[in-house]
Design a protein around this ligand. Structure first.
Ligand SMILES: Nc1ncnc2c1ncn2[C@@H]1O[C@H](COP(=O)(O)OP(=O)(O)OP(=O)(O)O)[C@@H](O)[C@H]1O
Ligand SMILES: [Mg+2]
Length: 369
């Protein structure tokens, strides 16, 4: 932890949110001037690391990329907030027996074990009691359990440290998205919203109802799944598939489909078919989480879907998913709350900054407390 002296010497504004993804590293740093948030720095560092690179080498490459970028852009940050997701972490919203804080602290490993699919010895277990409730006539507590694999947390700490930064917090992608969502949404919004952050290897799913997260799950259908399907259809390598994916998209309306056929646009049709197939698989997985959520006896069905992550740039993805789920789908602008929009930011970078923005915001909040 920081000593008070360090806090005085290095004001909290120097904390950067840094989202180390499989496709790109995203960086966000805010500063507060007269109670108004301003974007101090942002960064997007594409990573093209060969799949067979050994883990240690991979970490070294990422650290170096970050270090070089910070230097090139003269970003003078000292502290960083990063996050983990995917296989490295499990988040569960569960009902535990009503216990005092002390009692729970003593028994948490035993209480949590049935919900955690990892060996409890390999994880950092944290938890928070959300509220009192009851089930089967017994007093219970709604509790969120977070089990993070020690090794994965250490990997992020190593990358950040080797990049010359000090890791202040290792958060979870989904919690960063929740922080962002709370910043973007007006207070008192009662609806249930589905957040889908579609990246390269993982899609982070959250269901937020009345400002509180109810379901969190990571799904392993994301950008790489599209590349594989498109690569197979076009008989091309993943890099070419990635490029085709960015140039094309899914054909949704009958007019678009007819126009593609008329123009003999073989590649466009093949990409659309492959991408539609993956989106349908994603739809099936997401539907299971929605059913799980609804099975808990909640009164609100999902009223809309907010997309983020690099994959939300896929042409027509909102229209496609809106037709499948039959609810409105929009792409997030994670920086919509700023009075001054950032200049010179490529349009497709913006939705990919969701996690980094949530990380940067969370730090500001934590410092205020
Ligand atoms: N303009 C675009 N059109 C279509 N897809 C895009 C576009 N820009 C980025 N993508 C895709 O978005 C994906 C990367 O998204 P993102 O940066 O959110 O992933 P990540 O955070 O690095 O990965 P992960 O969270 O899985 O580790 C890639 O599959 C990339 O091809
Ligand atoms: Mg990501």
């Amino acid at each position: 932890m920081l000593s008070n002296l360090a806090k005085m010497m290095f004001p909290p504004k120097d904390v950067i949110g840094i989202d180390i993804g499989n496709y790109a590293v995203k960086i966000i740093c805010f500063t507060e001037e007269k109670k108004t948030l301003k974007l101090k720095d942002w960064g997007y560092i594409p990573l093209s690391i060969k799949a067979d690179t050994p883990p240690e080498e991979k970490k070294a490459i990422i650290s170096q990329e970050i270090k070089t970028y910070l230097k090139k852009k003269s970003i003078q940050a000292r502290y960083a907030a990063a996050s983990i997701s995917g296989n490295a972490v499990i988040v569960r919203y569960v009902k535990l027996p009503k216990l005092s804080k002390k009692e729970l602290a003593l028994t948490i490993n035993v209480e949590a074990e049935p919900f955690i699919p990892f060996d409890i010895k390999d994880v950092n277990l944290t938890y928070a009691i959300l509220n009192d409730t009851s089930a089967d006539g017994e007093p219970k507590m709604d509790t969120v359990l977070v089990a993070a694999k020690r090794e994965a947390v250490q990997d992020k700490i190593d990358i950040i440290t080797d990049a010359g930064l000090e890791p202040l917090i290792i958060d979870v992608d989904s919690f960063a998205l929740e922080t962002l969502y709370n910043q973007l949404m007006p207070k008192g919004d009662n609806s249930s919203v589905l957040l889908l952050n579609i990246g390269q290897k993982v899609t982070n799913l959250s269901i937020v109802s009345q400002g509180v997260t109810r379901v969190v799950r990571d799904i392993f259908i994301a950008g790489a799944t599209f590349d594989k399907a498109i690569g197979k259809a076009l008989k091309s390598d993943p890099a070419a598939a990635d490029a085709a994916k960015k140039n094309r998209g899914v054909l949704v309306s009958d007019e678009d489909k007819a126009a593609a056929i008329e123009a003999f646009d073989k590649e466009g049709i093949a990409v659309s078919k492959a991408a539609s197939g993956v989106l349908k698989d994603l739809y099936t997985e997401v539907s299971r989480s929605i059913d799980f959520y609804l099975s808990q006896g909640v009164d609100h069905s999902i009223s809309r879907i907010i997309l983020s992550g690099g994959m939300s740039n896929l042409g027509n993805i909102s229209r496609f998913l809106a037709a499948e789920f039959k609810v409105p789908v929009e792409v997030a602008n994670p920086l919509a709350f700023l009075e001054e929009a950032p200049k010179n930011m490529p349009k497709d970078v913006l939705p990919a900054l969701a996690v980094a923005t949530g990380l940067a915001l969370r730090k500001l909040k934590d410092w205020e407390e």
